[in-house]
Design a protein around this ligand. Structure first.
Ligand code: BDR
Ligand code: CA
Length: 321
């Protein structure tokens, strides 16, 4: 199978770290570069975390660049209650020798897409500010973009608000611009994101194991915090953003539909992805405005144990027996 050339857009972030480790380790994925954006942590932290995670991954030289330090219109908002002040929870990685590119992330993406002999897949695991700026500035690049795979949105409930998922909620205008760019789009939203979880015993065994790499992965998994009904933090074990990379290499594990999707920009619903599941594309009957909305491929269900196995196997970490 030929490799899939991708650019990762990240706000590293506990689960972005898991996604980077997966992308670097998977033989079918070729990471051309990584663009950074403010989201789970400040831009400076995101860049530094990304460089350090590449060290943990033992990655070859992969260009990393800093992009937008805030959303297009909204102010930047903290996610430290989920990802900690530094963005990697309680995981503290040592600084390494890698340095960011001396150009902005938009320019790095432009160069990588222009130079690629094969169409590039953009994998967005963060607020989509960088992608929106890129596509507004250089719309012709769409010709060499295979598709956009994004972690974000929800066809059901939200996490940042009752209806909005964090990445879309953080920069709704950017998500709307990207969705309207006329590029095939795949939405890996909370409907599947919240299902793929590594057992607590497995994460604990990794964290206590002999391998330094496994200890980092176990600690990152243990940092995926969910809120119980009482509001207290509890273990979730979600592989999170790494699931969107699993979707690239093992799409058969997902149930997806082509559906009209719209980003709500106003009022209490700001940041919600409204997914119209009333009809199948190609049917004649279209009520209301959904007939004019962009069509995205939306992941609605996942074989979660299969993705957990794929994740651990790719990282060379078998579940302790
Ligand atoms: C998304 O927001 C961040 O917390 C995670 O990194 C993920 O990309 C989930 O809503
Ligand atoms: Ca993220």
């Amino acid at each position: 199978m030929p490799t899939i050339p991708i650019i990762l857009d990240v706000d590293t972030g506990v689960d972005d770290a898991l996604a980077i480790l997966f992308a670097v380790a998977h033989p079918d994925i070729e990471v051309l570069g990584i663009s950074c954006v403010a989201g789970n942590a400040s831009l400076e932290r995101v860049v530094e975390n990304t460089l350090r995670v590449l060290d943990v991954a033992g990655a070859p030289a992969i260009p990393v660049a800093a992009g937008a330090r805030r959303p297009l219109i909204s102010p930047a908002r903290s996610a430290s209650h989920v990802h900690g002040e530094g963005g990697l929870g309680t995981v503290h990685l040592p600084p390494g020798e890698r340095t960011p590119e001396p150009v902005n992330a938009i320019e790095l993406m432009r160069r990588l897409i222009t130079d690629s002999p094969r169409p590039v897949t953009l994998v967005a695991l963060a607020p989509q500010t960088n992608l929106a700026l890129l596509l507004r500035q250089y719309p012709d690049l769409a010709e060499n973009i295979e598709r956009i795979v994004f972690m974000g949105g929800s066809a059901s409930t939200g996490n940042a608000t009752a209806v909005a998922e964090f990445n879309v909620w953080h920069d709704p205008e950017a998500a709307a611009i990207v969705l309207d760019a006329g590029i095939p789009t795949f939405m890996y939203g909370l409907d599947v994101f919240n299902q793929v979880s590594v057992d607590r015993e497995v994460a604990a065994a990794l964290e206590a194991g002999d391998s330094a790499y496994g200890r980092v992965v176990g600690a990152l998994l243990a940092n995926r915090v969910a809120r119980s009904e009482s509001g207290s933090a509890e273990y979730s074990g979600l592989i999170g953003d790494a699931g969107a990379l699993c979707a690239l290499v093992d799409p058969e594990a997902l149930a997806t539909r082509l559906l009209p999707v719209r980003v709500e920009l106003t009022g209490y619903g700001r940041g919600q992805t409204i997914v119209d599941q009333r009809r199948r594309v190609g049917e004649d009957i279209v009520h209301g405005t959904a007939g004019t909305w962009e069509i995205a491929e939306v992941a609605l269900d996942v074989d979660a144990p299969r993705y957990v196995r794929l994740f651990l196997d790719t990282l060379g970490l078998s579940a302790p027996g």
